[in-house]
Design a protein around this ligand. Structure first.
Ligand code: SF4
Ligand code: SF4
Ligand code: SF4
Length: 235
């Protein structure tokens, strides 16, 4: 997938709520923004992910995180690698399991416990995009949000002592009209991002034809991360 096509996809996905157009101060755009609520989602296609980890590095760089830290983890679920036992069968040699990875990061819940419990309003939902993000200046470092997150997706940035979560690169990339850094970086098309409320967006069309799942739906958090699982597991 060429970068241009990805970008066109994204711009189309942004639709009337474009963050890029907002700084222009155009009143008609602002009126549309007020009338329209996007729902930004990210899709992780497990069939395409090879576990290269380049998305993590891109996240670190884009969001100026401490060395080696990223707002996402790439967890290996099966398949032995470099003498490490296969997480599924336990074998270090002769493992016939398919290599399978899963992205672990903030699920961008529509009902977000981290926001509900935050006593200072530091963990909040961006009013324009609905994305769960942080106001670093308000964070008291109490870690209530970390305890409340059912996905173990939050952490304290050790350099700033502020709680952090994946916010789809709201300030570092979306605000300048770019796709999230991990999505841009993934050469295998395993990450797709866009506005699920826009029926013309690529992500909407993809979700309409592909079976996808959400993690821990029973918690009622309504995650915005969708996973397209490997169909033929072979494990
Ligand atoms: S960059 Fe893409 S293929 Fe590589 S680990 Fe991340 S999601 Fe998977
Ligand atoms: S996954 Fe955790 S950090 Fe992200 S919105 Fe949900 S509760 Fe908050
Ligand atoms: S969207 Fe941005 S903050 Fe979230 S994992 Fe990707 S690169 Fe990191």
């Amino acid at each position: 997938m060429s970068e241009n096509l990805e970008r066109r996809r994204f711009l189309k996905g942004l639709g009337a709520s474009s963050l890029i157009l907002a700084p222009l101060g155009c009143s008609s755009v602002k009126e549309k923004e007020n009338a329209y609520t996007p729902h930004y989602v990210m899709v992780f296609d497990q069939n395409k992910c090879v576990g290269c980890g380049e998305c993590k590095e891109a996240c670190n760089k884009a969001n100026n995180l401490p060395e080696g830290k990223s707002r996402l983890l790439m967890e290996q679920q099966s398949g032995a690698v470099e003498g490490q036992p296969c997480p599924h069968c336990g074998k270090t040699t002769g493992c016939g399991c398919e290599r399978k990875f899963v992205r672990v990061s903030c699920q961008q819940c529509k009902n977000a416990p981290c926001v509900t419990v935050c006593p200072t309003g530091a963990a909040h939902r961006d009013p324009k995009t609905g994305i769960v993000t942080m106001d670093a200046a308000k964070c008291a470092g109490c870690k209530y949000c970390i305890g409340a997150c059912p996905y173990d997706a939050r952490f304290i940035n050790k350099e700033t002592d502020v709680a952090d979560n994946c916010d789809f690169c709201l300030n570092s990339k979306l605000a300048i009209g770019e796709l999230p850094a991990c999505v841009q970086q993934c050469r295998y098309d395993a990450l797709i991002f866009g506005d699920a409320n826009d029926p013309t967006s690529y992500v909407s069309k993809l979700l309409a034809v592909k079976d996808s799942v959400r993690i821990k739906p029973g918690f009622g958090t309504e995650p915005s991360l969708r996973y397209i699982p490997i169909v033929k597991l072979g494990v």
